[in-house]
Write a protein that binds this ligand. Structure first.
Ligand code: VAH
Length: 327
């Protein structure tokens, strides 16, 4: 029986994307139809008080099964993952969480015949052999990070579950995501969020990437729009499953600084690349997302200028209220 509204489990709900996608899903499908799950980090009051919250460990299948059964879940949005930078510091942890965690999610979904699973990939699936400009949907996937390896393996595993078991698994290759609600943790693109906090508080930022490092990025509202857009797309219109290229805009740290200086002219940025420079250098500069645009009508709304203005307005308000978190 097709339900009028899905009953969704969001793993990684306390993370950068999860902490904004969960409220958006709750608004759209009903607060009690969206169960937020974290691993250890306590949820914000807003997340905790706006619907069901549970702690799970995706590497322990029984914790997933317990929540799926308790809330009669039919859809899983699986965001729990170790990102690129932390994944290079702890590659075995990244494999365990990203691969065994995904395997457990897919097995629970298969055994319980869930309606749909959303599991994102990333531009980290690409490597230095991949064409770096307007990176095609079908191309060389030789990532140089454990995170990227788990994303390629995850794409293949999800595709297998669709072809072998008919499990409706969908996903996009997220670019770097910029957001105002939760400071990011453990990524290579985190500079593009941290800089706003530091610019507002101190008018200065020490960037861990070189000033000319161009990377594909996206503002959180567009990330949420794309995620829900693919989750709701008619299966018959999809020519791919868990590996849609996705893009909005690309910029370098110096281009982002120039745009922020339109609002904070005194911003001073220094550039001291660390180990994350090598990760960034293995990723594309821009992405061809024509398959997503064709199959399910994807189209970004925010430009670089619009994102910067909105980020500064939201974080500036938090700062004025003494609520701007530390990054
Ligand atoms: C990271 N923010 O930096 C993530 C993302 C494309 C980058 O996967 O690891």
């Amino acid at each position: 029986m097709q339900r009028s509204k899905p009953r969704i489990l969001v793993t990684g709900a306390v993370g950068q994307i999860g902490s904004e996608l969960t409220p958006a899903l709750r608004e759209r499908y009903g607060h009690n139809n969206v169960v937020a799950a974290g691993h250890k980090t306590k949820p914000s009051a807003a997340l905790r008080d706006s619907g069901p919250f549970e702690f799970i460990d995706v590497t322990q299948r029984e914790t997933i099964e317990a929540v799926v059964d308790k809330y009669d879940i039919d859809t899983i949005c699986h965001l729990a993952a170790i990102l690129s930078a932390v994944g290079e510091q702890h590659p075995q942890l990244a494999w365990n969480v990203n691969m065994n965690g995904l395997y457990n999610i897919l097995e629970v979904a298969r055994e319980r015949e869930l309606a749909r699973v959303f599991c994102p990939s990333s531009i980290a699936a690409f490597g230095p052999e991949t064409p770096r400009d307007n990176t095609p949907q079908e191309t060389v996937l030789l990532p140089r990070t454990m995170y990227g390896v788990t994303k390629v393996a995850g794409e293949l595993l999800c595709n297998y579950y669709f072809c072998r078991f008919g499990l409706d698994v969908r996903g996009v290759r997220y670019p770097g995501i910029i957001s105002s609600e939760t400071p990011p943790g453990g990524g290579t693109t985190d500079y593009a969020v941290e800089i706003f906090y530091e610019a507002i508080k101190y008018k200065r930022y020490n960037c861990f990437l070189k000033e000319d490092t161009v990377l594909p990025m996206m503002y959180m509202p567009d990330c949420i729009k794309a995620t829900i857009g693919l989750m709701e797309a008619d299966l018959s219109s999809l020519t791919r499953h868990a590996d849609y290229n996705l893009a909005a805009f690309s910029f370098s740290p110096s281009e982002l600084v120039a745009e922020i200086k339109e609002h904070i002219p005194d911003l001073a940025c220094s550039y001291n690349p660390d180990f994350r420079q090598q990760i960034a250098d293995s990723w594309p500069r821009s992405i061809d997302d024509s398959a997503a645009r064709r199959d399910w009508g994807w189209k970004p709304q925010y430009s670089l200028a619009a994102m910067v203005a909105d980020m500064l307005e939201k974080l500036g308000r938090k700062h004025a209220e003494g609520k701007l978190q530390s990054t």
